[in-house]
Design a protein around this ligand. Structure first.
Ligand SMILES: NC(=O)c1ccc[n+]([C@@H]2O[C@H](COP(=O)([O-])OP(=O)(O)OC[C@H]3O[C@@H](n4cnc5c(N)ncnc54)[C@H](OP(=O)(O)O)[C@@H]3O)[C@@H](O)[C@H]2O)c1
Length: 291
């Protein structure tokens, strides 16, 4: 199975490249420099030249707060370019694995979100990703959309590294405790996508559609930060739980975007990854011990 990956330098993209060695696949990794997913002609050229069996889109505009000022670019990458990739896949007769987000939901439910719950994004990033999902769904039958949340890993910037850095610099941190979610290791997302690609290669088909895949256990940002600081062995940084209202951000945040992941378990036997053990991954927290 030959897989073309877009966005190969991002958190998930880098893990796909690293972990592909463990799977019976050949991976062609492209960053924006090699393949700008906003460029329809470039996508067509790449697909024609490389003749992949599957395309994985790990590219996205992910700066949630910046997106409120940079709306046009956010929609161009997350909605329009996702549609272009689906078009190219339809023309080539190949499937697309696409990654989306818990931020497609408005957070008003008091239980984890299922795939059948209607999206209702409350910020620009979430809207762009939801419209991107719809483009993919309208234009390509054989698509798999994996909705993930609160992604972290050794490559790139994320909440885990930010908390680790701040804990080193400060003695006290105030962290939002009334937003609940499912932190997801980038490594686990990559492994799951490669596992599904391998099944596709083996069986020639897959149960297409949208699946939720978030780490366990569900928690608040405050719980997440508490575990990160404990993992650092740092007992001198005090964490204060605060409410969303005390931490205003340019993009609105939903109170609950926990993902119900029963469908992926029932369909493929894939379990939620435990984010606590992923904090031990090499390269994630090693450089952040308090001096
Ligand atoms: N990060 C999260 O917390 C989170 C949460 C839920 C869902 N997700 C979803 O998970 C997926 C992977 O996210 P991630 O955290 O790995 O994101 P990331 O680290 O920000 O990586 C995204 C990659 O896409 C690249 N890219 C941007 N525009 C591009 C273009 N026009 N053509 C080609 N590449 C382009 C970026 O390159 P540059 O850096 O050079 O711009 C970057 O390398 C995305 O679909 C995201 O929406 C992420």
């Amino acid at each position: 199975m030959k897989i073309l990956v877009c966005g190969a330098n991002g958190q998930v993209g880098s893990e796909l490249v690293e972990r592909a060695r463990d799977f019976p696949v050949e991976l062609i990794a492209t960053g924006e420099r090699e393949l700008d997913i906003g460029n329809a002609a470039a996508i067509q050229r790449y697909v024609d030249d490389q003749r992949p069996d599957l395309l994985i889109n790990a590219a996205a505009y992910t700066a949630v707060d910046k997106a409120e000022q940079d709306r046009e670019r956010c929609f161009r990458v997350n909605r329009d370019a996702s549609g272009l990739l689906a078009d190219a896949c339809a023309r080539a007769g190949i499937p697309l694995f696409h990654i989306s987000t818990d931020y497609v939901f408005d957070g008003r439910l008091d239980r984890p979100y299922r795939e059948t719950d209607p999206p209702g994004p409350i910020n620009t990033y979430g809207r762009s990703k939801w419209e991107g999902e719809q483009r993919v769904g309208e234009r390509l039958e054989r698509h798999l959309i994996l909705r993930v949340a609160w992604v972290f890993g050794p490559h790139g910037n994320n909440f885990v590294k930010t908390i680790a850095r701040l804990a080193r610099e400060r003695d006290e941190l105030s962290i939002v405790a009334d937003q609940l979610g499912s932190p997801t290791p980038a490594s686990a997302i990559a492994t799951t996508l490669l596992e599904l690609a391998s099944r596709l290669a083996r069986d020639g088909d897959l149960a297409w559609g949208t699946y939720h895949y978030g780490g366990a256990p569900d928690c608040s940002w405050y719980d997440f930060a508490t575990r990160i600081v404990a993992q650092l062995g740092d007992s001198s940084t005090r964490l204060n739980p605060i409410g969303t209202a005390a931490y205003p951000t340019p993009a609105a945040r939903a109170a609950n975007t926990r993902l119900d992941c029963s469908l992926i378990k029932e369909t493929f036997g894939i379990e939620r990854p435990d984010w606590r053990s992923a904090l031990l991954e090499p390269g994630l927290l090693a450089d952040y011990s308090k001096v």
